[in-house]
Ligand binder design. Structure first.
Ligand code: SF4
Length: 189
């Protein structure tokens, strides 16, 4: 599938309107802390690549944030490689694919990590707060929490999608980039 390219100046707006909660969370934490640990850099970095962020823009994006924390020089030395690597420009030159929901849900974020699936890895309190910030109303929110309690994390994400887009998602959510594509399709129509 061909992806439209996205431009850096639109990225905050697009994150708000079309990123699933796992990626919104990483995106917000990166903006807040100007840093993400390895698992977060992989999960968000490959997602952004799938969304259509070009390598040069990806480098500029990560560099702008990390520079504020570790300095531009250290970014260039220690972190730029990983981003080029994700785009198949280093090492084995594999063109890495973005992570599926299944992979993200089965990951095991440790202390200080922000990757993973919020439906699986957040406390109920934090999940409720995050969903409220996304604009999920009371009734839908209880439905989402109900799915989470039954460990149906992707269904919970699907219900969230439907609540924030006021539109059905018949296929269900199985990949963060699929969530993004379905969302964009709605906003473009
Ligand atoms: Fe992300 Fe998938 Fe979890 Fe939704 S269900 S938050 S897209 S990992």
């Amino acid at each position: 599938r061909e992806h439209a390219e996205i431009s850096l100046k639109d990225i905050d707006q697009i994150a708000k309107s079309s990123f699933p909660l796992c990626m919104r969370h990483l995106f917000e934490k990166l903006r807040e802390d100007h840093h993400l640990k390895h698992g977060g850099r992989m999960q968000l970095g490959l997602f952004l690549k799938g969304v259509g962020l070009k390598l040069d823009d990806a480098l500029a994006f990560w560099r702008a944030e990390f520079s504020r924390k570790v300095g531009a020089e250290r970014f260039d030395k220690e972190y730029a490689y990983g981003i080029r690597h994700n785009y198949g420009k280093e090492g084995k030159r594999t063109d890495y694919t973005p992570y599926s929901c299944q992979k993200i849900i089965s990951s095991a974020p440790g202390v200080g990590d922000h990757h993973g699936c919020p439906y699986r890895h957040f406390s109920e309190e934090n999940l409720r707060a995050a969903l409220t910030r996304m604009g999920v109303g009371n009734r839908a929110l209880e439905d989402v929490i109900d799915r989470v309690r039954n460990r149906h994390y992707q269904l919970a994400c699907t219900l969230t999608f439907e609540a924030v887009h006021s539109s059905s998602c018949d296929a269900g959510v199985n990949h963060p980039n699929q969530y993004y594509n379905e969302s964009q399709r709605i906003f473009e129509s």
